[in-house]
Design a protein around this ligand. Structure first.
Ligand code: NDP
Length: 266
């Protein structure tokens, strides 16, 4: 999809801002949703470099943009722009991915979207292992804890997992090794799949009923190895749909057509 620098933003009503933004599937998915809802608004990808979020959002508001999705690496920078006091995930994580330019409010739909995407696989009181300690891992750790899971976080750089646990008020356990034995949910929230890198997991120890969930889109070494050991797998497209559907509801107050959104990015 054609993208623009924010200073050259075309006339439109919604956008995803990030850097890079060319790979984002949000424009095709959200445009399909808007059309299925019978609406004529446009949704475009805009590149906003780090350090320019406040200036870009002010300019886009003045141009008539009604709402924005915020992607990597701008979610923390966008946090302080608008009021997100009503959203506990945004407040605790210090990151937002959805801005309502009219009401000057913001939200983090990644966390709740992750829970939506689990659907019938939501198994509170069981054990979850999250790999990674970045912004996505933090939001997922928080919502899984709030949903009743015992959450373990393992990160290549242990200190970052320790910091994440501190920021979440020690509601999660820092794992010294990526031990998948006894876990019903194993979430790859690292960006390793973007480099097609494997993670050091002993799949032979996995519970065969466990779900292996990669937040990256499509195939990955993590999902391939999990499937080859008989585990069920889920990739990040369902999370993309769920967080995007929640963003549309935040802006427009309507239920988004998730099937249409799924088809648009299939
Ligand atoms: P961050 O950059 O904040 O964190 C990246 C994490 O990945 C760190 O914990 C880092 O470990 C770890 N990591 C990176 N490479 C490797 C590797 N080769 N082996 C082991 N660990 C590695 O990223 P985010 O949290 O913002 O995003 C993580 C992923 O989630 C991205 O791929 C993003 O695209 C995806 N995502 C998908 C969404 C969707 O809708 N499907 C929504 C949001 C995010 P260390 O600390 O040691 O460097």
């Amino acid at each position: 999809m054609i993208w623009h620098e924010w200073r050259d933003a075309p006339d439109a009503e919604f956008a995803v801002i990030g850097d890079p933004v060319s790979h984002s599937l949000s424009p095709v998915m959200q445009m399909a949703a808007l059309r299925a809802l019978g609406r004529s608004e446009r949704y475009v990808p805009l590149r906003v470099p780090k350090g320019e979020v406040a200036e870009a959002v002010t300019s886009l508001c003045a141009k008539g943009y009604l709402g924005l999705n915020v992607t990597v690496p701008l979610k923390e920078e966008a946090f302080s722009l608008f009021d997100c006091a009503a959203d506990p995930v945004a407040s605790v994580c210090g990151a937002v991915n959805t801005l309502d330019n009219i009401n000057k409010t913001s939200a983090n739909t990644d966390g709740p979207g992750f829970i939506d995407s689990l659907a019938d696989d939501l198994t509170p009181t069981s054990e979850a292992l999250i790999l990674g300690a970045g912004g996505t891992a933090k939001a997922i750790a928080l919502v899984l804890h709030l949903a009743g899971y015992n959450v373990h976080v393992f990160n290549r750089t242990r200190q970052r997992a320790v910091q994440l646990a501190l920021e979440l008020g020690s509601r999660i356990t820092v794992a010294d090794t990526p031990d998948i034995a006894g876990k019903t949910l194993i979430v790859n929230a690292t960006s390793a799949s973007l480099e097609a890198a494997s993670l050091p997991l002993d799949w032979a120890n996995a519970d065969k009923l466990a779900l292996a969930y990669d937040v990256a889109y499509g195939e990955s070494p993590f999902l391939q190895e999990a499937a080859s050991h008989g585990l069920r797998t889920l990739d990040g497209k369902e999370l993309l749909v769920a967080q995007g559907a929640r963003s549309l509801k935040f802006w427009l107050g309507v239920e988004a057509p998730r099937d249409v959104m799924r088809q648009a990015i299939a």
